[in-house]
Design a protein around this ligand. Structure first.
Ligand code: UDP
Length: 233
């Protein structure tokens, strides 16, 4: 597959490393180093980050879902600010776009401007999800990838691919090398949320899912040596 423009999705949990909370500087710097290598190959890149290292939805039934999701969206903004700053340390110029105003901390989302930045070899972070509750960063990932016409979504997680059962509880769990987005939709597999899987299927947006902690795993997804799960559309 030819890759000219990719969307990198990082789960919040993956950024936290072993700690599972907040940031692990070493992990984020490693991501920055890999992104530099990808940009140096002339491949354009944008980023969506989850929020799970800060916030995992409502704390109880009493909490209003809209408020909980607002906090989740803000968590993704914090993640993007941190990661964009790590990219700066590696000489990468980046821009953070949000679907809602965050004062001087981010710019308002603009598809054409995002494409322009990427064409200049700069990275664009899409923070704040799609700006509405009841959605996830999976949805933002697929929607942004479709809007900016990325060739593929590279989804780096704390787990190294899609398994037929939970490898944490089943030592015989098998990892899929590839699968169809349609199977995720038809069987509600939960690899990504259902609405995002439908959007990816309808707009033919493939996904590569892999572990962030594998050596050079993001670079390998682009240049060869990929060992995660490829989701065909
Ligand atoms: N969120 C939202 N709308 C969006 C994107 C995210 O409301 O468009 C909220 C939602 O509460 C979600 C949280 O932000 O749970 C963080 O995103 P996600 O759970 O996808 O993070 P991850 O688990 O990938 O770290």
């Amino acid at each position: 597959m030819e890759m000219n423009r990719v969307l990198l999705k990082l789960s919040g949990e993956a950024l936290a490393g072993e700690k599972k909370q907040g940031f692990d500087e070493k992990t984020v710097y490693d991501v920055a180093g890999q992104v530099k290598k990808i940009l140096d190959k002339g491949i354009q890149l944008c980023v969506v980050i989850g929020g799970g290292n800060f916030w995992r939805g409502r704390t109880s039934e009493n909490m209003d879902r809209v408020k909980a999701d607002s906090i989740g969206m803000l968590a993704t903004v914090m993640n993007c600010i941190y990661t964009a700053d790590a990219f700066r340390v590696f000489g990468i110029k980046s821009h953070i776009m949000t679907p809602f105003a965050c004062g001087t901390m981010t710019e308002l989302f603009n598809r054409d401007k995002a494409v322009e930045y990427m064409e200049q070899g700069e990275v664009v972070f899409f923070a704040g999800g799609i700006g509405h509750p009841y959605f996830s960063t999976d949805m933002a990932t697929v929607l942004m990838a479709v809007e900016v016409k990325a060739d593929v979504v590279l989804s780096a997680k704390a787990i190294d691919g899609v398994y037929d059962s939970d490898p944490k509880t089943n030592p015989n769990a098998k990892k899929y090398d590839s699968m169809q987005m349609k199977d995720i939709v038809d069987n509600k597999l939960g690899v990504i949320d259902l609405a995002s899987a439908v959007l990816a299927m309808e707009n033919k947006m493939p996904m590569m899912l892999f572990g962030l902690n594998g050596e050079d795993s993001i670079v390998k997804a682009v240049t060869g040596g990929f060992t995660g799960t490829y989701v065909n559309v």
